[in-house]
Design a protein around this ligand. Structure first.
Ligand code: ATP
Length: 433
């Protein structure tokens, strides 16, 4: 009778019985009489022990064929072993080579430059650090879906090929039959607003594209954004939802991904401090604070990355910067009735220098004011006819925001650059692999 296959993560249930584990070799070591294989299968790592005088000669000989990244099936009894990597050990009785790996595996246990690693991204993904980041990314994605599902939001998919455009520059375009140019979506928000009038509270979760020539540690040309849009939420309701979401995500990763955070050597004491409510700072006050700290910022300017770092330095939790000047923000944001030079909006800045992770606003719900803003920004009015219809047929107070997935992952994982936070990053100079 053949032994059952088991995932490494399930081995605690198999202690004392024989199983077969399939995976890839990460380390090999032999003293001539006893040999060790460290195996990974994506769910964990397992130390396998081969004792020469207890094994058929062909099994022992099979060990000599192995190299880093060979794909193998090992069979044997599992025992708990606190000193072994992964906490379990297998006494091997059978070994089968499923896929050989030549000795020139490009990634070796030594320092490689990041450009080299990015060229080898398809293989670099196998490294323990990258596996930990992708597992945390997945946990965050699932935490977001659960958060909205529990609050009865509807997940809505918005188009990636668009004609109407939310922002003004930085669009990737492509020919679209006899319809002229189509653009890759920079945001799903405008469609999200239409869906909110149908479903009440919705969120989108999809890829977005920005053809900006930014070479910073927090810009990708393709990234994933989650954009909730809520009927009858004003700007205050909007910020409350944002802080609830962010603290929910952080708590979930702390609770469910401690070993991945440990692999990344993340200082979790900083994450433990992320608890709602987050401080709210008016844009005008932020400018005064920044000028006091030596920034050249003037009222009316958008905050630069350095300004953001200066501001968050005083806080342990994320902060909101609220009500920016109209000129610094998009046309669809609602005019602030208390100061019409500004709009009802907020950015959420992550601590530890990670900067903006969320941009949100209450949307302009007055048809004529929105039309005027479209004219002022010299946007093509015809393209926005359908968007104005939300203000024509039963206009409603509504708000929403966009949270960048990779920036959130980078902050929670404590990675210095967001390129490690997406499986295959797309940047100005990188389209391969
Ligand atoms: P920034 O000023 O930092 O470039 P933005 O103001 O253009 O960002 P929004 O349009 O408000 O950003 O997008 C919402 C969120 O999407 C941001 O808070 C951020 O988390 C994420 N985001 C925006 N641009 C990028 C990008 N190029 N790469 C990765 N994430 C991004």
């Amino acid at each position: 009778m053949s032994t059952p296959n088991a995932l490494i993560s399930s081995l605690p249930q198999h202690v004392g019985s024989p199983v077969t584990v399939r995976g890839w070799v990460t380390h090999l070591r032999s003293s001539g009489k006893i040999a060790f294989i460290v195996l990974r299968d994506g769910t964990g790592i397992l130390q396998c022990v081969l004792v020469k005088n207890q094994l058929p000669a062909e099994v022992w000989a099979g060990f000599a064929e192995l190299t880093q990244e060979s794909c193998v099936a090992v069979t044997g009894e599992v025992r708990a072993e606190a000193r072994a990597p992964g906490g379990h050990e297998m006494g091997v009785t059978g070994l089968e080579l499923l896929g050989a790996s030549p000795v020139d595996y490009p990634i070796q246990p030594k320092e490689h430059g990041v450009d080299f690693l990015l060229d080898q991204r398809h293989l670099w993904l196998r490294a323990p650090r990258q596996v930990a980041i992708l597992r945390i990314r997945h946990e965050i994605e699932q935490a977001i879906h659960d958060f909205f599902y529990e609050r009865e939001f509807v997940h809505v998919d918005t188009p990636i090929l668009t004609a109407a455009i939310g922002e003004r520059s930085g669009l990737f375009s492509t020919e679209y039959f006899d319809q002229g140019n189509a653009y890759l979506a920079q945001t799903g928000q405008l469609y999200g607003e239409a869906a909110a009038a149908a479903l009440g509270r919705i969120y989108t979760f999809g890829p977005t594209f920005r053809a900006e020539k930014s070479k910073t540690r927090r810009h990708l040309t393709e990234f994933w954004m989650i954009e909730p849009e809520m009927a009858f939420y004003d700007t205050h309701d909007n910020m409350r939802l944002q802080e609830d979401l962010v603290s929910h995500i952080v708590r979930r990763v702390l609770d469910r991904r401690p070993s991945e955070l440990a692999e990344l050597e993340r200082d979790v004491s900083m994450l433990e401090k992320v608890v709602a409510p987050f401080p709210r700072i008016d844009y005008g006050d932020a400018v005064i604070t920044l000028q006091g700290k030596g920034s050249a910022i003037q009222w009316g300017d958008d905050l630069g990355a350095e300004d953001e770092s200066l501001l968050v330095a005083d806080y342990h939790s994320p902060i909101f910067i609220c009500n920016y000047p109209k000129e610094a923000k998009a046309f669809y944001m609602k005019e602030n009735p208390d100061d019409p030079r500004t709009v009802l909006c907020n950015d959420c800045l992550a601590p530890e220098g990670y900067g903006e992770i969320i941009g949100g606003s209450q949307r302009e719900d007055d048809h004529d004011k929105l039309l005027q803003r479209i004219h002022e920004e010299k946007l093509p009015v015809d393209a926005y006819g359908w968007y104005l219809d939300q203000r024509k047929y039963g206009t409603f107070v509504h708000s929403g925001f966009g949270i960048g997935l990779e920036r959130t992952v980078a902050w929670i994982c404590g990675t210095p650059h967001i390129r490690e936070c997406i499986p295959f990053p797309r940047m100005m100079h990188r389209l391969y692999p």
